[in-house]
Design a protein around this ligand. Structure first.
Ligand code: 4AD
Ligand code: MG
Length: 477
């Protein structure tokens, strides 16, 4: 007898009748039908217990959440809803689960409740589907880059530079907060700290990835990044994963081509390989949408939305054009925006991004050539002297999903920009070296992994697409 997964039992044409399986009881109906799940698929296998010949004490222990070992005969199912089922010949309870205490009852739980039980929520259909998709997406990402000649690079998580300017950082220190070593001027003396200098958790692997792109040509990182901003929104985490490709000799238009091709590939991969989980989440979303007012409902199903992105070109629009569209838009004229659009140069808020994507263009949008002073120092300055070669990709329902740029490859221009922002050259001497020795046009971008998982799964809160979310005031588990 061979131990098989539920997925194997349901999808492979298994010839031998005797099978063996281990999993968790989802439900036990009429003292007879166990719906068994082992995580390998969204689907359960039905195991039919011969209750007349089974000890009553044992029957009582078959409860939701219990882990069991079953041996039996795989047969064509008599009932509806499944092709095969197991006639149980042997059942052993591996781990009991007290039905009066087990939090994950076979009924609908709110996502808030499940977040508080994040260690058990992956035993529900929704969360197991989301997490299998998350795993599959990360495989598809590695596969895309591997198939396209990129090298996977591990950028450091503890960083000695905080010049990226992407946001507030978490300090990494061994200094005793009660008794820190002080300098003459009273400031904490970090030269006595573990690394002999101030260190932080990284906000992005980009700057280090650039150094490798300028040696290996095409690289990418895919790792955790940290931001200590106090943003309590459904799209922000304090710890999130980011995919950052970086390519030598590549300009901004090619960077857009890469991002678009890459995103379409990973979505296609999921449509081809994760149909069961997607279909389940699509149904879940349909039910959720029904409870919303008509005006807020999406006119596309989850799978239609993924296909729509794959089949349509991302609309490329300059910041300047976008400002014109927004300035003349109905919500702006009717003063419906919280941040009205009056002049060129302001940073776009998510209400503006969503208007462009969801109301105006109704497709993914790549905004480019932003004003220099709202973007990072390393972005390449355009000949107009006031815009930079930046790009943000905006997705329906998500807003910004990708941020990237062509990098400033000219030493003198980069130094000027750093000076203007008071970024000390000593701190980024190695970054400047790239512009001194064999500099070249190069570009890259960062894709927020959880925002991609949100888009693919239709989940509306970023806390529900990462196993253990870290957000302000929350680091349980
Ligand atoms: O736009 P960002 O800040 O860009 C960078 O960090 C660049 N260094 C990337 C690069 O060019 N290599 O972040 C990139 C993406 C955003 O578009 C968003 O999807 C995601 O990372 N992101 C977050 N996701 C979850 N929680 C947060 N707090 C996030 N901040 C950014
Ligand atoms: Mg950004």
């Amino acid at each position: 007898m061979q131990l098989l997964s539920v997925s194997d039992l349901l999808t492979k044409d298994i010839k031998f009748p005797e099978v063996e399986i281990k999993g968790w009881v989802r439900t036990f109906r009429a003292n007879r039908f166990i719906a068994l799940n082992d995580g390998s698929t969204i689907n359960n296998i039905q195991c039919v217990v011969d209750f007349e010949n089974t000890d009553e004490a044992l029957l009582k222990r078959i409860t939701t959440g219990a882990s069991v070992h079953i041996k039996g005969e795989l047969v064509e199912s008599q009932g509806k809803g499944q092709n095969v089922e197991i006639l149980v010949k042997y059942i052993n309870i591996l781990g009991d689960s007290d039905p009066d205490q087990y939090p994950i009852q076979p009924k609908k739980h709110s996502f808030e409740f499940l977040r508080e039980h994040a260690h058990l929520r992956t035993r529900t259909n929704t969360f197991s589907a989301v997490m299998r998709l998350r795993s599959s997406l990360s495989f598809a990402i590695h596969k895309y880059f591997n198939d396209h000649g990129f090298y996977y690079m591990h950028t450091p998580i503890i960083t000695g530079s905080d010049a990226e300017g992407a946001g507030e950082m978490f300090k990494v220190t061994k200094i005793d907060a009660k008794n820190p070593p002080l300098k003459d001027n009273g400031a904490v003396d970090y030269s006595q700290d573990f690394f002999g200098k101030e260190t932080n958790l990284t906000v992005s692997g980009q700057l280090e990835a650039e150094t490798y792109a300028m040696a290996l040509g095409k690289v990418y990182t895919f790792g955790p990044t940290f931001r200590a901003e106090n943003s309590n929104t459904s799209r922000h985490l304090s710890e999130f994963w980011m995919i950052e490709p970086e390519v030598a000799f590549m300009d901004l238009p090619s960077n857009m081509d890469l991002a678009e091709d890459f995103m379409k590939y990973v979505l296609s991969y999921i449509l081809e390989n994760n149909r069961d989980d997607l279909s389940y989440l699509e149904q879940r979303l349909l039910k959720e949408e029904k409870s919303k007012p008509q005006a807020e409902r999406s006119d596309m199903s989850l799978i239609e939305k993924l296909n729509f992105v794959i089949e349509n070109n991302f609309k490329r629009v300059s910041y300047t054009e976008a400002i014109e569209i927004l300035r003349n838009s109905k919500p702006n004229k009717k003063k419906k925006f919280k941040f009205p659009i009056n002049e060129w140069g302001i940073d776009l808020q998510s209400e503006h991004e969503r208007f462009l994507v969801e109301k105006h263009f109704k497709c993914p949008v790549i905004l480019f050539d932003y004003p220099a002073n709202i973007k990072a120092f390393y972005m390449r300055l355009n000949d107009d002297g006031k815009t930079v070669r930046a790009m943000d990709i905006l997705f329906p329902g998500i807003g910004e999903i990708v941020g990237g740029s062509q990098r400033e490859e000219r030493l003198d221009v980069l130094k000027e920009k750093m000076a203007a922002l008071d970024i000390p050259e000593e701190e980024l001497w190695w970054y400047l070296d790239l512009r001194k020795y064999g500099t070249a046009v190069h570009s890259g971008f960062g894709l927020g992994f959880e925002r991609l998982v949100m888009f693919v799964t239709g989940m509306s809160n970023i806390r529900d697409v990462i196993p253990y979310p870290r957000t302000p005031q929350n680091a349980e588990f």
